[in-house]
Write a protein that binds this ligand. Structure first.
Ligand code: PLP
Length: 466
C-alpha cells in the first residue's frame, strides 16, 4: 500500500520542500523500512538509523532535531561543509539556463569545457584531458576501460588485467567491485569479473616486511611479484588509493609510491590513482600523490569535486594516453547519459573556487595535525588503542584486544559497531572499518568542534572498554 504525503506530517502536504521537522525519526523510519532499499542494505543495522533533515557546516541535524558532528563529512565528500548558499545558487542558475544537454560526441556545453580546462590546471601536470561521470564507481569503470583501450590502440591487446590491493575500495559496479579488495563486498554477487588480482596493502601497523627491507619497499615489491606471476604482457594497470579510505585510513610509508611508479614504468603498467576521497585537498594537498612527488597515468576523482552537492566524478588521463585515443581514429565506445552534466560541472567549478579561496587543502593539513595531536594526547595511553594514524583531515583510531600482539577483538564482539553507536548517542556520527573509528570531517569544521569530536570518541571508548 502506498503512503500518502500526509503520512509525513502536517508540514509535508503539497509543498514537498517544506521542512519535515514535525515528523519524528521513528515515524519516518517506519515509512523508510516499507519502501527504501539502502546502499549496503541491512535491515537489522538500519533499526537505529537517523533520518537527516538538515546540514550546517560540519554538523548534521536529524528528524528529532538533534545535532551531530558529521564525522566523515557525509561519505568523505562534503569538503566545503553543509548549507553553502553559493553552491545552491549556482545549481539553480545553471538549471534555469541549461539543465541538461548531451555531451556525447557531437555535443558539448560551456560548464563542461570550463571544468575540464580548470582541472587541467589543478591536477598533475601531465594530465590534461578529462571524462566525466556521475560518481566514483563509474570513474573506476572508466579508467579500467580507458586502460584496456589504450593497450589495444597501442597494439598490445593482451594487456587487460587489473591489479589492486586488499583493503582497497573502488566502488561496487561489477568491475569496480572486482577491483575492490574488501571481501565482504563480494559473496552475494560472485562470480567476480575475471582478471582482477589483489596484493597486500602497505599497512604500516600490520604489514610484516622481510628483514632488511622497509615495509614500504616490501609492500611495493608485491606489485612486481604479481606482475611477474601474471606475465607483464597481460597486465594493464595498477589501481590504488593514495591513502586508503574505506579500508581504514591506511597511510602508506613514504617510500611506497615512488617504488610503485618505478615498477609500473619498468613493466609498462599504467598507474591509476583513485583519488575519489583524496582528491581536492582532503590529505592537505590538492592531489595526494604530490606528497611523494610522483604522477599517475590516470587519476580518478568524485566526491569533493562538488562537495557532494551534485553527484559527480570523472577521470583525467595523461598526454600519452590522450594521444593514443586521438591518433587511432576508432571510437572509444564508453558513455554515460550524465557525462559532462552542465549542472554538475557548474557546481564543481563553483566548489573549486571555494576550495581555492578558502584554502581548504591547507585547512585540511592544519586541522588534520590538530586532530591527530588531540587524538594522541587523549588516547595514546589507552591499553586498547593500537594505532592512531592519518594524513591531513583523514584519520583513524584502531582498537585492539592486545597492544603487544596487535590481536584484534573477536568479530562477534562487534566492538567497532558498538563504538559507532556509543559515539552517535553522544553526538558524533561517523563510520568504522572493523574496529577502526574513522574521522574525516568537513574542512570547515571549527577547532571547538574538533575538540568535541575527540572528547566524544575518548569518552565512548572509555565507556565501552574502561
Ligand atoms: C576511493 C573510492 N573509489 C571509488 C568509490 C566509489 O564511489 P561511488 O560510491 O561514488 O560509486 C569510493 C566511494 O567511497 C571511494 O572511496
Amino acid at each position: 500500500m502506498s503512503a500518502s504525503s500526509s503520512d509525513f506530517g502536517p508540514d509535508a502536504t503539497s509543498d514537498t520542500s517544506a521542512p519535515i521537522r514535525d515528523s519524528s525519526n521513528s515515524a519516518l523510519l517506519a515509512q523508510d523500512a516499507a519502501h527504501l532499499i539502502h546502499p549496503l542494505h541491512d535491515t537489522q543495522a538500519h533499526e537505529i538509523a537517523r533520518v537527516w533533515i538538515e546540514g550546517r557546516g560540519a554538523l548534521l541535524i536529524d528528524a528529532d532535531g538533534r545535532e551531530y558532528i558529521d564525522g566523515v563529512a557525509g561519505l568523505w565528500n562534503v569538503l566545503a561543509g553543509h548549507g553553502r548558499r553559493e553552491l545552491a545558487d549556482t545549481a539553480r542558475s545553471q538549471c534555469e539556463t541549461l539543465a541538461y544537454a548531451s555531451a556525447y560526441t557531437g555535443s558539448s556545453n560551456r560548464p563542461a569545457i570550463q571544468l575540464a580546462r580548470r582541472l587541467a590546471e589543478l591536477t598533475y601536470p601531465s594530465i590534461n584531458r578529462f571524462f566525466f561521470t556521475s560518481g566514483g564507481g563509474e570513474a573506476t569503470e572508466s579508467s579500467i576501460k580507458m586502460a584496456r583501450a589504450y593497450w589495444k590502440l597501442r597494439g598490445r591487446p593482451d594487456k587487460t588485467k587489473v591489479i589492486s590491493r586488499i583493503e582497497g575500495y573502488h566502488g561496487v559496479t561489477m568491475a569496480a567491485m572486482s577491483a575492490t579488495g574488501l571481501p565482504a563486498y563480494w559473496p552475494l554477487f560472485e562470480p567476480r569479473v575475471p582478471g582482477f588480482i589483489h596484493i597486500p596493502s602497505p599497512y604500516p601497523y600490520r604489514y610484516n616486511s622481510p628483514p632488511g627491507v622497509s615495509p614500504g619497499l616490501a609492500a611495493a615489491n608485491e606489485l612486481e611479484q604479481a606482475i611477474l606471476r601474471e606475465g607483464a604482457h597481460t597486465v594493464s594497470m595498477f589501481l590504488a588509493e593514495p591513502v586508503q579510505g574505506a579500508g581504514g585510513v591506511i597511510v602508506p610509508p613514504d617510500d611506497y609510491f615512488p617504488r610503485i611508479r618505478q615498477i609500473c614504468d619498468q613493466y609498462d603498467v599504467l598507474l591509476v590513482a583513485d583519488e575519489v576521497i583524496t582528491g581536492f585537498g582532503r590529505t592537505g594537498v590538492l592531489f595526494a600523490l604530490d606528497h611523494w612527488n610522483i604522477e599517475p597515468d590516470i587519476v580518478q576523482f568524485a566526491k569533493a569535486i562538488t562537495s557532494g552537492y551534485i553527484p559527480f566524478g570523472g577521470i583525467g588521463i595523461n598526454d600519452t594516453i590522450a594521444a593514443a585515443l586521438d591518433d587511432d581514429g576508432r571510437a572509444w565506445m564508453h558513455a554515460y547519459t550524465y557525462s559532462g552534466h552542465p549542472v554538475g560541472c557548474a557546481v564543481a567549478l563553483r566548489n573549486l573556487r571555494i576550495i581555492e579561496e578558502e584554502a581548504l587543502a591547507e585547512q585540511c593539513r592544519a586541522k588534520g595535525e590538530l586532530l591527530l595531536d588531540a587524538l594522541r594526547d587523549s588516547l595514546a595511553d589507552h591499553p586498547h588503542v593500537g594505532d592512531i594514524r592519518g594524513k591531513g583531515l583523514m584519520c583513524a583510531v584502531e582498537l585492539v584486544a592486545d597492544r603487544a600482539t596487535k590481536e584484534s577483538f573477536p568479530t562477534a564482539d562487534a566492538l567497532g559497531i558498538r563504538l559507532q553507536q556509543e559515539a552517535a548517542r553522544r553526538g558524533l556520527f561517523s563510520r568504522v572499518k572493523a574496529d577502526s573509528f574513522l574521522l574525516a570531517p568537513a574542512a570547515v569544521i571549527t577547532k571547538e568542534q574538533l575538540e568535541q569530536a575527540v572528547s566524544i570518541l575518548n569518552n565512548s571508548i572509555r565507556a565501552l572498554l574502561g
